[in-house]
Ligand binder design. Structure first.
Ligand code: ADP
Ligand code: ADP
Length: 228
């Protein structure tokens, strides 16, 4: 049973741009899936719809396994990592990761434990008291991954998370993301325009084309890309 099912989804922005046309996509539990395509093909639009942040104009989206009513926002099911780390500069790493828990129904001790687990997951246990400016670009990105995972979502959405990073950091972070995915046991949906990145990371690549944004093919990767 899929985790999320999109059927015939269209997205037309208010200025008339058709960003997605007839998108059909089933996303399965614990898979690592890439959305691959050129700039402007609708990847971010699709990701925002999966996140519940963006409305769609036609078609349907279901969470067949969810106990929540998914016509509402599936907030607890989804974590989102953006291109930029978007951390609050005045808050510590701990407080940045704590933020999504603030309005939830847990005790202070439980929430602290969740934050510490999330920081351990991304290998930043020793940095809870640090401030974003004290961290490298790759570390900031790992903090924003911890923030996305702190609510223990079933689906982690990543929108070109490496775009602002240099080549070496990107390679290192790719391996970190694979470790995090293996340990967090969630589905990762990874948006990229890099064929290499999608092949290196994912089990399934969904290829999109622009005008209007639609899926033109799919590639299954049977064995992981060789890594040392
Ligand atoms: P919606 O149809 O979801 O209401 P809007 O058309 O109101 O979206 O635009 C939302 C925001 O996106 C606005 O701030 C707008 O300036 C910005 N925007 C408009 N066109 C583009 C574009 N081509 N790419 C990215 N952002 C855009
Ligand atoms: P990608 O992530 O693949 O680069 P997007 O989903 O950002 O593609 O954009 C898909 C299409 O929709 C593009 O033509 C883009 O200009 C347009 N678009 C994106 N956001 C908006 C917006 N808020 N308002 C109007 N058009 C938009």
């Amino acid at each position: 049973k899929p985790l999320v099912r999109m059927q015939n989804v269209d997205k037309i922005y208010s200025n008339g741009t058709v960003a997605l046309k007839n998108l059909n996509l089933d996303v399965y539990p614990q898979e690592f899936i890439s959305l691959l395509g050129p700039s402007g093909c609708g990847k971010s639009t699709a990701l925002r719809i999966f996140s519940g942040l963006g409305a769609y104009s036609g078609g349907s989206m279901d969470w067949p396994q969810s106990m929540y009513d998914v016509s509402g926002k599936p907030e607890r099911e989804v974590g989102f990592v953006f291109q930029e780390a978007t951390l609050m500069p005045w808050a510590t790493v701990f407080d940045n990761v704590f933020l999504p828990l603030r309005l939830k129904d847990k005790s202070k001790a439980q929430m602290t434990e969740r934050v510490n687990e999330a920081l351990a997951l991304v290998g930043l246990s020793g940095f809870a008291k640090a401030y974003p400016r004290e961290l490298s670009g790759g570390m900031k990105m790992r903090v924003s991954i911890a923030r996305a995972l702190v609510t223990q979502p079933k689906l982690l959405l990543m929108d070109e998370p490496f775009a602002a990073l240099d080549e070496i950091t990107r390679t290192r972070l790719s391996n970190d993301v694979l470790d995090i995915w293996a340990r967090a046991k969630c589905t990762v949906m990874f948006v990229t325009h890099s064929i290499f990145e999608s092949v290196y990371l994912s089990q399934r690549i969904v290829v999109m084309a622009a005008r209007p944004g639609r899926i033109i093919g799919e590639l299954k990767i049977d064995a992981p890309y060789p890594r040392d």
